[in-house]
Design a protein around this ligand. Structure first.
Ligand code: PLP
Length: 432
């Protein structure tokens, strides 16, 4: 093995490598039931039909563009447009399902939302002068990328009704006083990861107003918006964005499947850079070209076929998936109520949890501290895996909270998993 003296020193600033933890913890404890990572429900992956979708797309392209199937097939095997090849179909879908009206040329098909985040930060931010504000606790995809790439991030706490707008404004002023520019405010308005919180419509309008007042971009990450279990779905920030402040990131990982690695980014702003006016989507494409060259045309063709087959709306197709997630949420909640009932389990009186109206996660507050070692202890002795909330906090926070994902646990295993988890809680509380 060759000795290497210097690697990126910023990697040491990450603290816990949460992405690897979430991707690998199950293999480490194969007998344990994982409530750790927000994986979508595999029962609905529909991978076996992908040749049908792929062929549908080829038929659609060859008839609409008057090309032979061979020509279309060859072009799918080739390098392709950096912004993507199914932009028109995505534009129709966004108009139908999301009430977002966008020119196909302002859309980029990305390698998941994660690439959209990276492209956005790398295109818009100057490492010296600009600040990215994130919700605290936040999805690690943006915070950890920003840390290892050397961008400046600042946390603002997230409440039940979304990012704290009062603290956001204070933070912006604080940054200004230190000659820093808040360039991006990153939010997950719909069923935030990890808290499950949902930004109110009023706060969506107020955040857009703040973006105008202080001249920043809002990066809206919509990974969970379709998964609504109570009430009506709220309009996205992008659908309300009359002043073009929002860069919108839409993931297909949770509604189709994550291995497709597809996201759609909307960057419909025209920005003035030095003397020139430039379409932001063109600048984003410039950055993307040097990150992933272009997004897999094969994945795009499959998604294209899914959209064609469903008349450019995925609502009907996703209905069952959403209902199955709601059932899982309800099962997790009823199991928690059953095993943490104060009458039969008085030791549980200091334990509480939230009831999210959508998304994949429930958070639990505990009267003791949890960390990585506790995850291992619980997995080994009680065969359940959870994620400590502290993994998602920017500074110290969440040390006595855990996040549970109900999204990919078979219904028949839910009660057993929660029973074991509560036995672990009991052990901790009684022996503390
Ligand atoms: C809030 C949020 N954004 C983005 C992602 C990643 O999305 P993608 O698979 O599209 O990269 C996740 C994955 O869990 C997420 O929770």
């Amino acid at each position: 093995m060759r000795k290497i003296n210097n690697i990126n020193p910023l990697l040491n600033n990450l603290g816990e490598d949460v992405m690897s933890f979430l991707n690998e913890i199950q293999q480490k404890y194969p007998k344990a039931i994982s409530l750790a990572s927000g994986r979508p429900n595999e029962d609905y992956f529909d991978l076996k039909n992908f040749p049908e979708y792929f062929n549908l797309y080829i038929d659609y392209e060859s008839s609409s563009k008057k090309k032979s199937r061979k020509e279309v097939l060859n072009s799918l095997g080739q390098y392709n447009q950096t912004k993507g090849i199914i932009n028109k179909l995505i534009s129709k879908y966004l108009s139908k399902d999301e009430k977002i009206s966008v020119n196909p040329d302002d859309i980029l098909l990305t390698v998941g939302t994660q690439e959209g985040l990276v492209i956005t930060v790398m295109t818009l931010c100057d490492k010296e002068n600009d600040v990215i504000i994130v919700e605290d606790p936040a999805y690690v995809g943006i915070t950890h990328f920003s840390i290892i790439a050397g961008y400046q991030i600042e946390p603002v706490c997230v409440n039940q009704d979304g990012i704290s707008l009062k603290m956001l404004e204070e933070k912006i002023i604080q940054c200004k006083n230190h000659n820093k520019v808040v360039k991006i405010v990153y939010v997950i308005p719909d069923f935030q990861n990890p808290t499950g919180n949902n930004m109110t419509l009023e706060n969506r309008h107020r955040l857009l107003d703040l973006a105008n007042k202080y001249n920043f971009f809002i990066v809206e990450d919509n990974a969970y918006g379709e998964f609504v279990y109570k009430g009506k779905r709220k309009l996205t920030l992008k659908a309300l964005d009359i002043n073009k402040r929002v860069i919108y990131l839409h993931s297909f990982s949770k509604t189709i499947y994550p291995s497709l690695r597809l996201g759609a980014m909307i960057a419909d702003q025209v920005i003035q850079h030095e003397e020139n006016w430039i379409a932001l989507s063109d600048l984003m494409a410039k950055t993307k070209g040097y990150i992933t060259v272009n997004t897999s045309s094969i994945s795009q063709a499959i998604l294209g076929g899914v959209l064609i087959k469903n008349g450019f709306s995925l609502k009907a197709m996703n209905k069952e998936k959403v209902l199955s997630m709601k059932r899982k949420r309800n099962l997790m909640l009823s199991s928690l109520e059953k095993f943490l009932n104060i009458k039969s389990s008085p030791w549980a009186k200091a334990i509480s949890w939230n009831i999210p109206d959508g998304g994949f996660f429930i958070t639990i507050s505990l009267p003791f501290k949890v960390d990585k070692n506790e995850v291992a202890f619980c997995a080994e002795n009680y065969q359940v895996i959870f994620t400590p909330m502290s993994f998602f906090y920017f500074n110290k926070g969440g040390s006595n909270e855990i996040r549970l994902a109900f999204s990919n646990i078979p219904d028949r295993k839910m009660e057993h998993a929660i029973k074991n988890l509560t036995m672990y809680f009991k052990h901790k509380i009684i022996n503390n």
